[in-house]
Design a protein. Sequence first.
Length: 282
Amino acid sequence: MSGDRFARSSRTDQNAAPIGLFDSGLGGLTVLRELYRQLPYESVIYFGDTARLPYGDRTPAQILQYVREILAWMEQQGTKMVIMACNTSSALALETVRSEFDLPILGLILPGARAAVQQGRRIGVIATPATAASHAYSQAILEIDATTQVWEVGCPEFVPLIECDRLHDPYTTAIAQVYLEPLIQQQIDTLIYGCTHYPYLAPILRPLLPSSVKLVDPAVSVVAAAAQELDLLALKNLRPPAPTRFCVSGSPRTFSQLATSWLGCTPTVEQVIPAQMAQPAT
Ligand code: DGL
């Protein structure tokens, strides 16, 4: 899986190479938005694995397999760094795949955990069932500060509701109330969006929470960590960025339509079939 791309390409080529961002679907766009804000000179390849979402209902072995396929493909596209814009992949696969690929790979859990302990002591995490069951957030938070308390809640319905464009459906608010209730009971002071889809729910979640609860979006911290890493590796782009390339495994049309309101423009979207991703580079 690893290659000698760094050895072969010139320093300028490496700097101009894109950053790879991937998620199961629309969620990673919340990380992309943050990347545009903090790293406006970087080119990006975005991949949404829409044919196989939601990842949150998948087994750890399936998630690991998908992540390996996507990273091999990202490597073939010549990315200089990959940000897993997906908490589920970060929780279940990051540690394993980091040593398998010859490029920097960043995940959301540690940056999110670090940001949360700076905010509070009673930390709630809303996440996909797979992320919540992995306890990746509670482990990371308690390793940083063993005196904090953490409660993780799996929210199986959120991703399908967001991907089906049902943000404004009263049902979404009703189910949000159910998911938040145990965290409100525990009197959390901080809530982590433990899934990159969830910042879209801010207008629904904020009014359901006491105003003192601080919301943490790990996207802010992972992009800050990416910026630091690019500096460290002298890999920042020095030229104007290329337009973002959007690829999905499912319907490009559906993704393009749904992404329009989040991006403020209608993206051109290519389809990449997962079975073809796994092919070795020629
Ligand atoms: N947005 C992803 C995450 O951060 C995956 C959601 C899903 O497909 O279940 O976990």
